[in-house]
Ligand binder design. Structure first.
Ligand SMILES: *Cc1c(COP(=O)(O)O)cnc(C)c1O
Ligand SMILES: [Zn+2]
Length: 413
């Protein structure tokens, strides 16, 4: 917290002292009063000089400690989170008909999704607060991620997941030892129940939308992209990310703005937000210039099946401020993107992880992204998280008897 100046409400603009508020602006409540962490950027700049910074520091998100709200860094766990690989994927670029395509593989995090960046910070904040238990509601990945980081810290966790959460994610939670509530309802209902339980029992709340510190973890993916692109002598015109609650895209945008502010980049990339056609409240609001209208969620991309996004303002702002766009893609395109990403770039993403690739195709079709543009797609979660969808995307193997003849009859030349 060395350089944290205040927590500012994105609704009323009031700046709060971090010691005075727990999660959201007390004047505006948790629907509107989402906070933003403000730093002393001059002080950060002095510690993160682009020329001298890159050589040192841990190869994890903790290399950006001057831009993180951590008071007790000695509590950071042993798990390596962040500094995930950035691949140049030329064959994928060809398929997508763009000048160049880069893939940031967030499935390489400790519990195999982008959510680890947020959970790492959430568990630290809970420990700093002396919390006895931490909770969240999640479509799956935030849950398994929180369970992993809570296990690393020895902190008990109680987690709410909707009944449609994929089995692999629920298995992960249980293995890490969290208490798991399978809510017989939607994610939105799980979220409200978690909020109620958190305030009733006094459990520390890791819900990303209402806990401003978590987006700080998420933004580190942008800090990494800036640093990794600098090493490679390239920079994308577009950064592409799938969107559910809007915390990820909001964090990505905050990260780029802060890197601009401290002098690492002159120009920020445009942000492309991608939603599933069966659940696209951001796309609708962006296109029609309207406020949020919650909807029913109907998509196999469970991680972005969020009918009532909890971070609507930040999620919309990322696209409008960056001069980017929102697009929606049908489930069929998401399934095809899973195999395209795997076959052209050898990265196996879960449906929401590959949704960005489908989004690039859609944005090319609409002429939003041009053939000379360079894109960077954030693959937010690993494909092993949701095997049923992977099999839907790729089909089944060829059964053969254990004899060469049997293989000869069906083998590809
Ligand atoms: C959570 C998640 C997202 C979307 O993040 P939001 O903050 O909900 O917008 C995208 N992909 C994966 C794999 C996720 O787990
Ligand atoms: Zn407020």
């Amino acid at each position: 917290m060395r350089h944290v100046l205040a927590l500012q409400c994105i609704h009323c603009g009031k700046q709060h002292d971090p010691g005075d508020v727990d999660y959201y602006c007390p004047l505006c409540g948790y629907h509107e009063g989402i906070l933003d962490v403000l730093y002393d950027y001059e002080a950060v700049k002095a510690e993160m000089d682009p020329v001298t910074f890159s050589a040192g520091g841990p190869r994890s998100m903790w290399r950006y400690l001057p831009l993180l709200p951590v008071a007790e860094p000695e509590r950071i766990s042993h798990l390596q989170v962040g500094w995930t690989p950035l691949y140049r994927a030329s064959r994928l670029a060809e398929t997508l008909d763009v000048a160049d395509c880069w893939v940031k593989d967030e499935g390489r995090n400790p519990t195999a999704s982008f959510k680890d960046r947020a959970s790492a910070v959430g568990v630290l904040k809970a420990m700093e607060r002396g919390a006895s238990r931490i909770t969240c509601a999640s479509t799956g990945n935030a849950a398994s991620s929180l369970a992993g980081f809570a296990a690393a810290a020895g902190l008990p966790a109680s987690i709410f997941v909707p009944k449609r959460a994929p089995e692999a994610k629920v298995a992960q939670l249980l293995v890490f030892g969290a208490q798991v509530f399978s809510v017989q309802g939607t994610y939105d209902q799980a979220w409200e129940l978690c909020m109620a339980a958190s305030s009733h029992f006094g459990w520390y709340n890791r819900n990303c939308a209402i806990n401003a510190y978590l987006i700080e973890g998420k933004k580190t993916v942008a800090l990494e992209l800036v640093e990794q692109f600098r090493e490679r002598g390239a920079f994308p015109d577009w950064v592409v990310v799938s969107v559910g609650d809007g915390c990820t895209i909001g964090g990505v945008w905050k990260g780029f703005k802060e890197m601009q502010r401290i002098g690492w980049i002159e120009k920020t990339p445009k942000i492309l937000g991608v939603q599933a056609a069966g659940c696209q409240p951001f796309v609708t609001a962006w296109r029609e210039g309207k406020r949020l209208t919650p909807c029913e969620a109907d998509t196999l991309a469970d991680s972005i099946a969020v009918g009532h996004p909890r971070n609507f303002v930040k999620g919309l702002r990322a696209v409008t401020e960056s001069g980017g766009a929102y697009v929606a893609v049908p489930d069929q395109a998401i399934l095809e993107a899973m195999t395209t990403l795997a076959r052209k770039a050898a990265v196996f993403g879960e449906p929401a992880g590959a949704t960005g690739v489908a989004g690039v195709q859609e944005a090319r079709r609409q002429g939003i992204i041009g053939p000379d543009d360079v894109v960077a797609v954030i693959v937010t979660g690993n494909g092993l998280k949701d095997i049923a969808s992977a099999i839907r995307a790729a089909g089944l193997p060829v059964p053969v008897d254990p004899a060469l003849d049997a293989v000869r009859r069906v083998a590809s030349p």
